[in-house]
Design a protein around this ligand. Structure first.
Ligand SMILES: Nc1ncnc2c1ncn2[C@@H]1O[C@H](COP(=O)(O)OP(=O)(O)OP(=O)(O)O)[C@@H](O)[C@H]1O
Ligand SMILES: [Mg+2]
Length: 230
């Protein structure tokens, strides 16, 4: 597939999203527009219920807007069918969640390798990539440990390594430090900051964390389903 390299990694145009109907409808997003330039780390803040998760899910192709347009790496998500969205999530977008989302019975290394297995990468290539990623997140010595044997911060670092496995162009993180204490959260945020520089990735991160707001290239604020601050 030929693709023009755009300077804008994410373009969101007048996106609306409601849940439910009639009087009970919740308008989670009411006309959201913004851009994430390639290579930047953009933080998304806003109080609980302001629509951050809804917006991240739509940008990552996990959910669809009722109205408006989302372009990721120059591609309009409305033009993708189910298979196209699946390929987008597998090959182009890496997700990091508040609850880490690691598979308990797999080791750290095996968890990081899951996206590469799904892509049927060559086993040697997979092992090398997993080793590199675990070093990148400072966990080379913890490859054989299972999530239950790792601290919260270490688990989130495994999740970040896993999100980077397929060299995504976009990293989406939804309150990645929400379950961590302040100091551990700070370290995870600095890791994200470093990764955006070294891995040539663009990141959109929902957070309440003042640390990341300081480290971000720009901060967007959502209030009641609208961008209230650029
Ligand atoms: N599946 C759903 N069905 C119905 N309403 C929903 C659903 N998901 C979200 N909402 C509503 O949409 C609004 C935005 O929710 P969203 O999860 O996007 O907020 P958020 O900013 O991520 O909040 P938090 O900081 O607590 O994670 C809320 O009012 C929420 O109750
Ligand atoms: Mg949320």
């Amino acid at each position: 597939m030929s693709q023009v390299v755009t300077e804008t990694m994410v373009r969101v145009e007048d996106v609306h999203k409601s849940y439910g109907r009639g009087a009970a409808a919740v308008h989670a997003l009411r006309g959201v527009s913004f851009e994430v330039p390639r290579g930047e780390l953009v933080a998304l803040k806003g109080r609980s219920g302001s629509g951050k998760t809804t917006l991240l899910n739509i940008v990552g192709g996990l959910d669809t807007p009722d109205r408006g347009r989302v372009l990721v790496d120059g591609r309009d998500l409305a033009d993708l069918d189910e298979d196209g969205l699946l390929a987008l999530r597998r090959d182009q977008v890496g997700f990091v969640f508040q609850s880490f989302g690691l598979i308990p019975i797999l080791t750290a290394a095996e968890n990081v390798g899951v996206p590469l297995r799904l892509r049927r990468a060559d086993p040697r290539e997979r092992e090398e990539r997993v080793e590199l990623l675990l070093s990148l997140v400072g966990l080379a010595d913890h490859a054989a440990q299972r999530p239950g044997e790792l601290s919260g911060g270490q688990q989130q670092r495994v999740a970040i390594a896993r999100a980077l496995a397929n060299s995504p162009s976009l990293l989406i993180a939804d309150e990645p430090t929400g379950q961590l204490d302040a100091e551990t959260g700070h370290a995870v945020m600095e890791l994200l900051r470093a990764v955006v520089r070294s891995e040539n990735v663009t990141a959109l991160v929902a957070t309440h964390d003042a640390t990341l707001l300081d480290l971000a290239d720009r901060v967007l604020e959502l209030g009641d389903g609208e961008i209230t601050e650029h």
